[in-house]
Design a protein around this ligand. Structure first.
Ligand SMILES: NC(=O)c1ccc[n+]([C@@H]2O[C@H](COP(=O)([O-])OP(=O)(O)OC[C@H]3O[C@@H](n4cnc5c(N)ncnc54)[C@H](O)[C@@H]3O)[C@@H](O)[C@H]2O)c1
Length: 440
């Protein structure tokens, strides 16, 4: 099939790479000229395991091309994906400006029937808005061209995006006619050969499914974080409690790890957007509003653990941070809890020496007004430190050389935002070990 993907961010690039890997002819479009120039040279702007090889292979096979020219990209397209950003607007709602701009460009440049697919996460009713924008432009052009708008939300996880796209748990498609539903079924058939995971539904339900999924996952995280805070008060250990509740199959072990709050480009903005969507229809989603509130508070937990140990005035204190990205296996810093922590440390007079395997360039952008020292390896970041805070659970932090750590640090205080270790083990190595969800 001939596929055009508009937007070359995390979703656009992964979708383009995976559709082309299945033999489709894919053109990926972005308005960012520099990004497209680099992609053409095989330089991939994001870190995502497996993505670089797929892109380079398919460029060589000529099944994948990059361009900034939307008109050219639509010439032979059968299906066009909208995969541009939907960032959080000032009031918390999803900002649709990029989606509607792209819809306008499609209307201006299309020359035959197209199936247009919203892959971006968009508020319920956006397909209708996209349809209206395109139809208005076609009317202005005096054109009789026809088109369909379909919703196909994306569920990939950064860090495992290729695997998720190639072996999806489900493919949700909302369409209002058989032609576009069949086209989407055919396009996705190679991804569901062993088990049909295609779930067709109406368009608004598909749009809502994405928000419901992210709200559910965010709820699990805020739930366990709340339980973890209660554990600290009552003297229970959240790690033991987690194992105790996860063994119930109705609850399960997944996504109930306590930590320093969720971040990233999806949960924070999608939870807030869902609250706004509900408010617009006159409904107050009190559970989901609390999920968001708990998360905001949880992002401050590591800083308060640090000041509980070192005092509120951090003047002259050197704090080492391990892990900056919002989760491991990505360089994405959007809404990362490390940002809150670092800003609070510096605002309280402390200095920060940070290390992350992949996200240090991105971090510099997000923390550009803050004087952070970045180290090339995890042990150099510990030189003379008064405390180490582990924020992101990259694999390389799982079994560190505690003797070397001790020799570098001035004060052997280890605050673990991800509960990576057995408490007795770390204390036996001579560290004061502070965990989330365990009274210290
Ligand atoms: N990142 C994720 O893990 C993830 C997962 C599922 C769904 N989503 C959703 O998918 C959408 C895209 O997310 P992302 O993380 O890939 O965004 P991103 O910000 O990484 O990338 C968006 C890209 O769109 C480009 N763009 C903007 N306007 C354009 C235009 N008019 N024409 C062509 N390109 C244009 C931008 O230059 C940018 O490269 C969002 O709605 C997001 O919520 C993201």
């Amino acid at each position: 099939m001939k596929v055009t993907v508009l937007g070359s961010g995390y979703v656009g690039l992964v979708a383009s790479a995976c559709f082309s890997e299945m033999g489709n002819y894919v053109i990926c479009v972005d308005i960012d000229k520099e990004k497209i120039l680099k992609l053409k040279e095989g330089v991939i702007p994001i870190y995502e395991p497996g993505l670089t090889d797929l892109i380079i292979d398919n460029q060589k096979k000529r099944t994948l091309n990059f361009t900034t020219n939307i008109k050219e990209s639509l010439k032979n397209a059968e299906v066009v994906f909208i995969a541009v950003g939907t960032p959080m607007g000032e009031d918390g709602s999803a900002d649709l400006k990029y989606v509607l701009q792209v819809a306008k460009s499609i209307g201006e440049n299309m020359s035959h029937h197209l199936v247009i697919v919203d892959k971006s996460t968009v508020p319920i009713g956006t397909a209708d808005k996209v349809r209206e924008v395109i139809q208005n432009i076609l009317d202005d052009r005096d054109s009789q061209l026809t088109f369909d708008v379909v919703s196909n939300p994306e569920f990939l996880k950064e860090g495992a995006a290729i695997k998720d796209f190639m072996h999806p748990d489900r493919i949700v498609v909302g369409a209002n006619n058989d032609h576009s539903m069949t086209l989407m079924r055919n396009l996705y058939a190679p991804f569901t050969v062993s088990n049909d995971r295609f779930i067709g539904m109406d368009i608004r339900s598909a749009e809502m499914t994405k928000y419901a999924a992210n709200a559910m996952l965010a709820t699990k995280i805020s739930f366990i974080n709340e339980i973890s805070n209660i554990c600290e008060h009552v003297g229970a250990d959240v790690n033991q409690v987690r194992r105790g509740i996860g063994s119930d199959q109705r609850i399960g072990y997944k996504f109930i790890y306590p930590g320093c709050g969720y971040g990233g480009s999806c949960f924070p903005k999608d939870v807030q957007a869902l609250i706004k969507i509900a408010n617009c229809y006159g409904y107050n989603p009190s559970l989901i509003s609390s999920v968001e509130k708990v998360n905001q508070a949880q992002k401050e937990v590591l800083f308060s653990k640090l000041t509980n140990q070192l005092g509120n005035n951090l003047n002259g204190k050197k704090i080492s941070i391990w892990g900056l990205s919002f989760k491991p296996e990505t360089d994405d810093m959007r809404e990362a809890p490390s940002i809150n922590l670092i800003k609070s440390i510096i605002n309280s007079g402390g200095t920060v020496n940070a290390y992350d395997p992949k996200a240090m360039n991105e971090a510099q952008f997000y923390l550009n007004n803050f004087d952070v020292l970045y180290s090339n390896d995890k042990y150099s970041a510990l030189e003379g430190a008064d405390a180490l805070v582990l924020v992101t659970e990259w694999k390389e932090f799982r079994s560190p050389d505690f003797d070397l750590m001790k020799s570098k640090m001035k004060n052997h205080l280890f605050i673990d935002g991800r509960n990576q270790f057995k408490s007795e083990f770390v204390t036996s190595k001579g560290f004061k070990y502070i965990q989330i969800g365990v009274r210290s």
